[in-house]
Unconditional design. Structure first.
Length: 52
């Protein structure tokens, strides 16, 4: 899923996702062809672990 989709799922702003990514605080992400993407399972696991 895209940063926008992950942000919508977690109910946070895209800028928050970018900040978390820069600080390595949010869900695991992958860089593919210059884009950052998130596996839905990683976002869900992160949300469960962080009570989001």
């Amino acid at each position: 899923m895209s940063t926008k989709e992950a942000a919508r799922f977690l109910d946070v702003e895209e800028v928050t996702m970018r900040a978390w990514r820069a600080r390595r605080r949010g869900p695991t992400f992958h860089r593919i062809g210059g884009r950052y993407v998130y596996m839905a399972s990683d976002v869900l696991a992160w949300a469960r672990a962080n009570d989001r």
